[in-house]
Design a protein around this ligand. Sequence first.
Ligand code: FPP
Length: 302
Amino acid sequence: MFSFRLPLPLVKTPAPSFHSRNYHYCPRPAVPKRGSAAAPPAVAVRGDGTSVAGEAPEPLPAELAAELMPKHVAVIMDGNGRWAKVRGLAASAGHEAGVESLRRMVRLCGSWGIKVLTVFAFSTDNWVRPKVEVDFLMRLFERTINSEIEAFKREGIRISVIGDSSKLPESLKTMIASAEEDTKQNSRLQLIVAVSYSGKYDVVQACKSVARKVKDGLLHLDDINENIIEQELETNCTEFPYPDLLIRTSGELRVSNFLLWQLAYTELYFNRELWPDFGKDEFADALISFQQRQRRYGGRHS
Ligand code: FPP
């Protein structure tokens, strides 16, 4: 699927010791030795034998149950800057390597039957970063969408972009609109990219929209409830607006103004790896942890 080649070596360098452990909110039972299930899940292979990535499908690791897969995984892709810094490179090199990691993740989600992948690519709070980095990221988003769009169309991936688009460069806005239009019928995997997004921004824009409807007489004050708010949030672009699992890389233990409303009952998973180093084994570990949890939504476990 992913066509362009990175100019950077993507071989994992020996990880500093602080990268070697994962955080978990739940005690983690022993994980069986990693291996592959005898048969990959049906979703992994299309009729023509190619995977969502146009490469050999990734079999589901033996430790994972296809029927317990999260439908929606959200990711805070953190640590690109540190990844670059330890290599004496500019932050831009870390973001380039981060794109490669995202490609891997998209391929794995498509292979393993996950329906929605939401990634935090740029926060409303990131606009204060050095202009050179912001400009680089905007160009990188454009370049990446441009290079992937044909593969998305071919592989059944729908792309949706959420966030405050008013500050984005016109060329990026145009590219997003056309990519969304070109892939809107795809249903294999929905990739939601949060750009110039924050959870607080989303709640505020939803409140404005509700208030406008009340003012225009389209909605009565007493009719406002959680469903009405949900319909106005930007995640109304997906059938599964509530992530089952949130992964944050790089050892930071916070949600940093990501999907605040939508994360109400999301399972959280924190990992020490820097985002460019987050690969198949790390993703499988996150999913194993998810599959071992009990979700009670405030009730009692029966
Ligand atoms: C956080 O790392 C990462 C970002 C602000 C950018 C993430 C963007 C990508 C991986 C590109 C994705 C591309 C598309 C098209 C969706 P950081 O720079 O805050 O890392 P640090 O905390 O180590 O400095």
